[in-house]
Design a protein around this ligand. Structure first.
Ligand code: ASP
Length: 592
């Protein structure tokens, strides 16, 4: 028997018992005649004590030779500690070791395996098995497991059934590049890995499965960021005979359930916001509602007063930073530099300080007297002591820039509080997005999304401008400024689906080749249906107040899409390539 207890288990009540523990040596303190060693496993840390006086000489010698991360087994008596450690649950006791066995020695690890590590990202990923021994990372992985369990419990309780869909499929456009897999049995042909199970889950509705879910891997070949991975996990769902309202209610219920069971937080009903309003008030389709600072548009007060920057702008828009009128010249300059960085791209920043004495100090004082600035303050809801920050320019760009500035001010002012969760639904996204460069429409969500019922006649008969204004029955769940989920009511009729493909630039033949199976299925009794998918990794991160999804994935890839531990991607044998009948010469040239 390797152990009678684990390393997080023993308390003062067990004093006097003889126990056996196994685990890793976290660290030792050697006082010459006495030695204390922290023994660690997934459950916690237990202190071991060895003494020259009480321990057997050989045992004491062996104990002193233990290195960090050695795997050992010990037996001994639980005794009360003389100096207790209130910071850990086992801090009242220690084990007076009478038997010690080294189960496996260990090389010195390349970084410290403690809550805070000195290991850089790449090193941690290369030795991910060591990184995963750290309590903080382990807790994330354990949280993930609990979250998937709660999701399954809730959805099964609501009558959903989990169905697995294939990984070797044909491209499903979700707006990213596909990973492709050559087929040996069909030389020259390729599978695509699913960007999502979208078409399959719709087919399952046509099959009458009624309520489907799956916690499923999806693959998208995109440029990577902290919150993106080439393979990631979705909680993917689809329902038949539902309206948008039914889907929002079901998944609001799921979200409340996981917050309640895993965080002990009762979320109030989620507010809803139209996409257009989200852009107008926050400059973003995923506003962080942990703080206010809504935009105020100032065109009517600011334009045509002789200030060329405003006069030539499509939009003049500002926010109020409450109580920040004390900002110094230096802080304002720094903020101005911040918005002018290429990542933000503003041409400048206009500020108006509303001083406590009711006077104003502004960078545009030459053009606007105190009376004019007072009118701004009134419109923006600013009080004495507040700082107004204003940007101007082309509408979409300026909104995006002010969104960044709002978030930055939120950070600087400490308004994004830990443990505060502000979910909302964003509704009625546009159906199509015009791509100026490519001169074509893209589906804002994906090509299977239905326009709003009242927009269908306009879609079937309208002109180019009409197409730009079509709204979709599409919705996103946003929490604290992160997009957690998105979905839509689907098209379930062949004619409308074909029309959508045409708008998206598919010829009839291309549409038939790629999606003939789905349009064909629509002709055999497709029920009205809709669904949603949550980003599972992101939900894990957001629920734990973190922005990077990487630490919630056991084996993530780095920014170059590499797995540093197994060193993938990698070259393959010539025989493998031969079997696949790929254009070898071309690939060999590429490799060289
Ligand atoms: N397939 C969609 C996505 O991956 C989700 C959905 O529409 O249900 O974003």
């Amino acid at each position: 028997m390797y152990r009678t207890h684990h390393c997080g288990e023993l308390r003062i009540e067990q004093v006097g018992q003889t126990v056996t523990l196994s685990g890793w040596v976290q660290k030792s303190r050697d006082k010459g005649f006495m030695m204390w060693t922290d023994l660690r496993d997934r459950y916690g840390i237990t202190q071991l004590i060895f003494s020259e006086e009480k321990s057997d000489a050989a045992l004491f010698e062996l104990a002193r030779s233990l290195g960090r991360e050695f795997v050992i087994q010990v037996s001994g008596k639980v005794i009360e500690r003389t100096s207790k450690n209130p910071n850990i649950p086992t801090g009242d006791i220690e084990i007076e070791v009478s038997e010690l066995k080294v189960l496996n020695p260990a090389k010195l690890p390349p970084f410290t395996i403690e809550e805070d590590t000195d290991g850089g990202d790449d090193l941690r990923m290369k030795y991910r098995y060591l990184d995963l021994r750290r309590g903080s990372v382990q807790n994330n992985i354990i949280f993930r497991s609990q979250l998937s369990l709660e999701v399954r419990k809730y959805l099964s309780g609501e009558g959903f059934i989990e169905v697995e869909t294939p990984n070797l499929i044909k491209s499903t456009p979700e707006g990213a590049r596909d990973f492709i897999v050559p087929s040996r049995m069909n030389p020259g042909q390729f599978y695509a890995l699913p960007q999502s199970p979208q078409t399959f889950k719709q087919i399952l509705m046509i099959s009458g499965l009624d309520k489907y879910f799956q916690i499923v891997k999806c693959f998208r070949d995109e440029d990577l960021r902290a919150d993106r991975q080439p393979e990631f996990t979705q909680i993917d769902c689809e329902m038949s005979f539902v309206t948008q309202e039914d889907i929002l209610n079901t998944f609001e219920g799921l979200t409340k359930h996981v917050f309640k069971t895993l965080k002990g937080i009762g979320l109030p009903d989620f507010p809803r916001m139209y996409y257009d309003d989200a852009l107008r008030l926050y400059g973003s389709d995923k506003p962080d509602l942990r703080f206010g600072m809504q935009f105020t548009e100032l065109n009517d007060l600011a334009k045509d007063k002789g200030f060329i920057v405003f006069d030539s702008a499509e939009l003049v828009v500002g926010i109020v930073a409450e109580g920040q009128a004390e900002y110094t010249r230096k802080q304002i300059d720094q903020l101005t530099d911040w918005v002018k960085r290429p990542q933000i791209g503003a041409r400048g920043l206009v500020y108006v300080k509303y001083n406590q004495d009711g006077s104003f100090k502004s960078s545009v004082g030459k053009f606007f007297d105190d009376e004019a600035l007072k009118a701004w303050a009134e419109k923006m809801g600013a009080k004495p002591g507040d700082l107004m920050l204003i940007l101007a320019g082309e509408t979409d760009k300026t909104r995006k820039q002010l969104n960044e500035l709002r978030l930055e001010m939120g950070r600087r002012m400490g308004l994004m509080k830990e443990g505060d969760f502000k979910p909302l639904w964003v509704l009625d996204f546009p159906l199509l997005e015009w791509d100026e460069e490519a001169e074509r429409f893209h589906a804002m969500h994906h090509p299977f999304t239905s326009p709003k019922k009242e927009d269908i006649p306009r879609m079937l008969n309208g002109d180019f401008q009409t197409m730009k204004s079509l709204r979709a029955d599409a919705y996103d769940l946003v929490i604290n400024g992160a997009e957690i989920g998105g979905g839509s009511i689907r098209i379930h009729d062949r004619e409308l689906q074909a029309k959508n493909f045409t708008l998206l630039g598919f010829t009839d033949e291309e549409a038939e080749n790629q999606f003939g199976f789905l349009m064909g299925a629509f002709e055999y009794g497709a029920p009205p249906h809709g669904g949603i998918a949550f980003g599972f990794d992101r939900l894990c991160a957001v629920m734990n107040g973190q922005s990077s999804i990487r630490d919630f994935i056991a084996f993530p890839k780095n920014n170059q899409g590499r797995d540093m531990m197994i060193d993938a991607p990698a070259a393959v044998d010539k025989e493998q390539l031969d079997e696949l009948k790929l254009d070898l010469q071309h690939i060999e040239e590429e490799i060289e």
